[in-house]
Unconditional design. Structure first.
Length: 555
């Protein structure tokens, strides 16, 4: 059967060309009709959305009845489980099975406490939260600290690491080997800087670098047969970890090693398959849940300005009336709300004004050569202060109000296409330059020569710099996608939810955008788009919640 007549329909509904090609190929192999073709397309779309397994509806079950032999064949790329209730791709089923084995080993395996005398370690500690964290991390091989924005996760982590380090020295033993990591370079750098501000000196790495994952093969250097040299592995922003990376991390833990995950379950899950952090926490407060004693929930908010946090909580709860009331009543400094202007040109002017008022005054390049860059350090500091304090977020890359178009408009309108002062972001990892996906820098012209400055160590006056020609993978970053903003915080955030981006929206994506802001949020969204956003939540189907529940169901 020729399915070309269905290609346009499939593309309009969001199917990728490679999904269409594969669905057509598999349908032909099964000698099927258009119903099977469309079913496979929907299956691939669910798979791409991050589900590990697909729960079959009536249409799916009828397809299995008609083409059962194809789906149960030893050569089939699919696996049916749960008495015909669920359908996996073979690859996802193998990944999930491998992970559950590693999870069982971590939960059931024995380990020695990190400290012999934890009670001595907390002597004089004024924070009961930090003391409790130390006792429980010391005892549990696998532990989670979770909480929303402003609940003190970083403070608890810094205090915990400080106490563990000091206690090891007091006991007269070699210092504990503590490894700090995060899923992205930006999140790792932010975790390191946050701990440094709290007086804890600990280098943070990406999970790729921690596990020594080879660039060309994707295989880790640290694994079950060559475990990490660490007594405690701490991973911040753990909600961003996908199934494969979590499996690699579990596998690389040394026998008896401890793992601490820190994060906010309500943020966006990983880009790739799975929503593991959310799976770990779902139902964990119920007696009998296997992680019931392995989680510390931080709930008290310490930020003086709670307006944004209150709104974020209403968003994640899907409380439409509460969100509407909050937006209507909070038209002050902390929160501003309005519809997206009907004319894109007007919105572009608003966006440019968002940055214009904070941009440093001065020439469009430095008149000194690069070797004298320190004479310009005051101006350089002011540029970084501007971009560290503000960001513009959109859910989409494409379209009139996608980040690519917005960045182009800002570059042309505000910078007259000049490179000097332009904000950029790395879109790939460069291990030779120690730059990672998500790192932000600023381009400066020194007598016409473009160089990119990045935040660096104090020994380099706080900056590192490279010729722009040295960087391969980068893009302008006055505006970013909400996904890319994870792991960052800014004083002020402007959020645009344009019409046409409904397929990209969910409560989690708006929650993530709102919680990037410390002090002020400006939100542009039409009521219908906002309503659509609040009506959707991200729940990725898998067997992991069942494995951890108080009454696990059989496969």
């Amino acid at each position: 059967m020729n399915f070309k007549s269905l290609h346009s329909r499939a593309r309009e509904e969001g199917s990728e060309w490679y999904h269409i090609f594969l669905a057509e190929k598999l349908t032909a192999e099964a000698k099927g009709d258009k119903d099977l073709f469309l079913f496979l397309l929907s299956l691939f779309k669910e798979n791409e959305a991050g589900h590990l397994r697909i729960e079959l509806d009536e249409t799916g079950r009828s397809i299995l009845e008609r083409y059962g032999s194809y789906f149960t064949s030893p050569l089939s790329p699919f696996v049916i489980t749960g008495e015909g209730r669920y359908l996996y791709t073979c690859r996802r089923k193998a990944q999930e099975d491998r992970f559950t084995v590693l999870l069982e080993g971590l939960l059931e395996g024995e380990s020695d406490p990190l400290l012999k005398y934890p009670e001595k370690a907390v002597e004089g500690e004024s924070s009961p939260v930090i003391s409790e964290a130390l006792f429980r991390v010391n005892r549990e091989r696998f532990f989670i600290i979770t909480g929303g924005p402003g609940t003190g996760k970083t403070t608890a982590l810094a205090g915990l690491v400080r106490l563990l380090t000091e206690a090891g020295e007091r006991e007269g033993r070699p210092p504990l080997r503590i490894a700090l990591a995060a899923p992205t370079g930006r999140a790792a750098k932010r975790a390191e800087q946050s701990l440094n501000k709290s007086g804890v000196s600990l280098q943070a790495r990406t999970l790729h670098k921690l596990l020594n994952i080879r660039f060309h093969t994707g295989e880790p250097g640290y694994h079950g047969k060559n475990p990490l040299p660490a007594d405690l592995v701490v991973v911040d922003e753990a909600s961003m970890i996908d199934l494969r990376m979590m499996s690699l991390l579990f596998d690389a833990l040394p026998p008896g090693g401890h793992l601490l995950l820190v994060g906010d379950k309500d943020q966006l899950p990983s880009v790739e398959a799975g929503a593991l952090f959310s799976d770990f926490l779902s139902g964990a407060e119920e007696p009998g849940h296997r992680l019931n004693e392995k989680i510390l929930h931080l709930k008290e908010v310490f930020r003086s300005n709670s307006t944004i946090i209150d709104l974020a909580r209403l968003v994640i709860e899907g409380n439409s009336e509460g969100v509407k009331k909050c937006l209507e009543e909070s038209r002050g400094e902390a929160l501003r709300f309005g519809p997206v202007p009907s004319r894109p040109d007007r919105l572009y002017r608003i966006i440019c004004d968002f940055y214009r008022e904070s941009l440093p005054a001065g020439e469009r390049e430095f008149s000194v050569p690069l070797r004298d860059w320190e004479t310009c350090i005051t101006v350089i500091d002011s540029w970084f202060s501007c971009y560290n304090n503000k960001i513009l977020l959109s859910p989409s890359r494409k379209g009139l109000l996608g980040v690519e178009r917005i960045n182009r408009e800002i570059g042309e309108r505000l910078f007259s296409r000049s490179l000097h002062g332009s904000s950029l972001m790395m879109t790939g990892n460069d291990y030779e330059l120690d730059l990672f996906n998500g790192d932000r820098g600023i381009i400066f012209l020194f007598r016409g020569e473009p160089h990119v400055f990045f935040p660096g160590d104090e020994e380099y006056q706080g900056y590192r710099h490279f010729p722009l020609a040295y960087l391969d993978d980068w893009e302008y970053s006055w505006a970013q996608t909400i996904h890319k903003s994870q792991g960052s915080e800014f004083d002020e955030v402007m959020i645009i939810l344009p019409q046409g981006a409904e397929k990209l929206l969910s409560r989690e994506i708006l929650y993530t955008a709102l919680t990037r802001a410390r002090e002020r949020v400006t939100l542009y969204s039409d009521p219908q788009v906002l309503s659509t956003c609040l009506s959707r939540g991200v729940v990725r189907n898998s067997r992991i919640r069942e494995v951890l529940s108080a009454d696990p169901s059989p496969e």
